[in-house]
Write a protein that binds this ligand. Structure first.
Ligand code: GLP
Length: 255
């Protein structure tokens, strides 16, 4: 695992966008695994800037998002479909046919999950999977406990996650859907490269647990340490509870 600690959120998200851009530039048909959440807003802003100012070309890129709420239509402003269109897809030249998110409105959710797994295989697998981390230690919506061989499936969201995501639903955790479709930890670990990004002091405790605690299905983000090509990008605040030993092993980049 490569750990990089950046001075601030702007430089951390810019570096993450740069890693994604390298994958886009080095593959003939790049396949990105994308994530949502406030952490990724800066990453997508930088990617849009790279497209407009540096000509980063998304025309051959396909994408698969980690997750989507159950029962929220794509047109709803609370959906991850809407989030992705609003923050990234409409700003770059990615084809609308090349972007994939699980359909939380499907009548047969199990069939939808199986089809999603198959679509990833049909595209040759994911080159780079972008990941955030939730307060429960989840990646995607892999709430504790999520065994490391889990596949795309329907999950029940933890009360803490519904609280964490309540601000996007007007503030009331009860208004956050109780279920979601998510790639499994096993699905995520099959990506050829992982890129985990965490920002801010509110993530410091769970970041330390994921990176230094037991590798355990109770903290699905700890599974990234099993991957042979994983980069973790933190800002100073989210890295603040790591032990000095871990921090000594990190790269500190200034810009
Ligand atoms: C949601 C997503 C996760 C994401 C998490 C972090 O729960 N399903 O994939 O990592 O949000 O959110 P934020 O970046 O807003 O802290």
């Amino acid at each position: 695992m490569r750990l990089i600690i950046m001075p601030d959120q702007h430089s951390a998200t810019r570096l993450a966008a740069g890693e994604i851009a390298s994958v886009i530039n080095s593959r003939t048909k790049p396949v990105l695994g994308l994530a949502t959440g406030r952490t990724m807003e800066g990453v997508y802003r930088h990617l849009s800037t790279f497209h407009h100012e540096l000509g980063l070309d998304f025309s051959h890129t396909s994408s698969f998002n980690l997750d989507e709420y159950v029962g929220v239509p794509a047109s709803d402003t609370h959906s991850y479909h809407h989030y992705m269109n609003d923050l990234l897809f409409r700003h770059v030249n990615i084809s609308t046919h090349a972007v994939h998110l699980p359909n939380g409105m499907a009548t047969d959710l199990n069939a939808e999950c199986a089809a999603y797994e198959q679509a990833i295989i049909d595209h040759g697998g994911i080159d780079l999977q972008l990941l955030g981390i939730g307060d429960t230690g989840h990646i995607g919506f892999n709430e504790p406990p999520s065994p490391f061989d889990t596949r795309t499936r329907c999950v029940t969201l933890n009360a803490r996650t519904r609280e964490q995501n309540a601000p996007m639903f007007g503030g009331n955790p009860e208004d956050v859907p109780s279920q979601a479709l998510t790639m499994g930890v096993g699905t995520i670990l099959e990506a050829r490269q992982l890129l985990l990004v965490a920002l801010g002091s509110s993530k410091a405790e769970i970041v330390a647990e994921a990176l230094e605690g037991k590798i355990d299905p109770q903290v699905s983000a700890s599974a990234v340490r099993l991957h042979t090509n994983c980069t973790v990008i933190l800002d100073k605040e989210s890295a603040s509870q790591l032990t000095p030993q871990t921090r000594k092993k990190a790269d500190y980049l200034r810009k």
